[in-house]
Structure formats: structure tokens, C-alpha cells
Design a protein around this ligand. Structure first.
Ligand code: ATP
Ligand code: MG
Length: 202
């Protein structure tokens, strides 16, 4: 009897910090596409954000673990943070494909990140490794021009007007991030005094 191929969502991000916008998007895509698992992949040193000091990858990894721990189908992968150098989505997808060659990958990306796929390294090959799922994000237009019709599906997810940038700014200003990020992430940020100013986010 032929076994059904495993369907795995891939949620890449800086996760500095992970917030409920990420979690709702992942949960919604998991449900709509009947995914067996959604793997969150914190980036190494993202080339798009080279100008900004980003938090230590271990902090971002652990906040992602804390935020996803309660969900049996959410997992976290270290492939990007353990790979030296800048993170390219093509490498993420190749590594995950090598780990589970018989699975179908669904790469989840918000409206703001979707257009930039075309500027990613080896953008033609990435569409052969994964199906792309573009999710709505408040304040960002979903623009699919130039993207292959059969390689991308757009879905509407519950609107969460939250960004990691806003969370960092709020923490630095002494404003609460309760209910924008999971409780454990609030506590993690406090414990390690992340985003509190000085010159660093770590
Ligand atoms: P930053 O402000 O630091 O850029 P961010 O909130 O955009 O952080 P990222 O880690 O850059 O978070 O995003 C990872 C992925 O999650 C991207 O594909 C992004 O579009 C998507 N995403 C982030 N926030 C939301 C949201 N509120 N709703 C839907 N998608 C989101
Ligand atoms: Mg972003």
C-alpha cells in the first residue's frame, strides 16, 4: 500500500522575538493545508538584515522553542543557525529536503517577504524544492507579480498587526509586550534583559 507523503510546513524567520503573528500564520497554514508538522527555522545571520544588530541565535532559537513547545505539530530546526555564514532560503530547503527526502515542503511567508523571493539566491530552484504559501499581513500588500502561478498559494490568515520590530521598540521603551508574544517569551526577554537598549539586542 502506498503511504501518504508527509507534508511539512517551513516557517523561516529571524524570530527576534517570535510573536503571535508568526504562530497564528503557522497554525492557520497547518490547518488549511493539513500539514503533519510545521518546522520553525530561526535564521543564522540574515543577509537582508545585515545592517541591524540581531540577537544571539541561541536566544532566538530558545524563544522559538519556548513559544512552540505546547503544540505537538510545531517543531524547531537548528539548520540555519548551525550553518556558518548568511542564511539563504535555498540552503534551508536543501537541508530540510535532505533530512526528509520523501516529504513535501510548504514554505510559509508573509506578504512583505513574498516579493523578495524573486531576489533570493537561486530563486528558480527554490520553487522546485517547496510549494510557497503567502499569508496576509496587516499593512502589507500581497503582490504575486513575477511569481510562478503554480508555485505559490495565497491564503488569508487572522490579522495580527504585530511585528518583532514593534516588540523590540516596546521593550526598549519599557512598554509591555504581554499578549503580543507568548507568556514564556515575555519571561525569557525579561530574564536575559533582551532589547533593553545599550547598543545591543542581546
Ligand atoms: P522584524 O520586524 O524584525 O522584521 P517580523 O515581525 O517581520 O520581524 P520576521 O522574523 O521577519 O518577523 O518574519 C518571519 C516571517 O513571518 C516572514 O515571512 C513574515 O512575513 C512573517 N510574519 C511576521 N509577522 C507576521 C504577521 N503579523 N502576520 C503574518 N505574517 C507575519
Ligand atoms: Mg520581518
Amino acid at each position: 500500500m502506498e503511504q501518504q507523503r508527509r507534508r511539512i510546513g517551513v516557517m523561516g524567520g529571524t524570530f527576534d522575538p517570535i510573536h503571535h503573528g508568526h504562530l497564528v500564520a503557522a497554525s492557520e497554514v497547518q490547518s488549511v493545508f493539513g500539514l503533519d508538522e510545521v518546522v520553525f527555522v530561526p535564521t543564522g545571520r540574515p543577509w537582508q538584515k545585515a545592517s541591524r544588530e540581531i540577537s544571539d541565535p541561541e536566544h532566538r532559537y530558545l524563544m522559538t522553542v519556548v513559544a512552540t513547545a505546547a503544540n505537538p505539530v510545531f517543531t524547531v530546526s537548528r539548520v540555519d543557525i548551525d550553518r556558518p555564514g548568511s542564511t539563504y532560503t535555498i540552503d534551508t530547503l536543501r537541508d530540510l529536503h535532505d533530512q526528509q527526502p520523501s516529504a513535501d515542503l510548504f514554505f510559509i511567508t508573509g506578504a512583505d517577504a513574498l516579493q523578495s523571493i524573486l531576489t533570493w539566491k537561486d530563486s528558480a530552484e527554490i520553487f522546485s524544492l517547496a510549494h510557497f504559501v503567502g499569508v496576509t499581513r496587516p499593512g502589507h500588500e500581497l503582490d504575486t507579480s513575477g511569481l510562478p502561478d503554480d508555485g505559490v498559494t495565497l491564503i488569508e490568515v487572522p490579522a495580527m498587526a504585530i511585528s518583532s520590530t514593534d516588540c523590540r521598540v516596546r521593550v526598549a521603551a519599557g512598554e509591555p509586550v504581554w499578549y503580543l508574544v507568548p507568556d514564556g517569551v515575555v519571561q525569557y526577554i525579561n530574564k536575559y534583559a533582551l532589547y533593553t537598549g545599550g547598543d545591543g539586542d542581546d
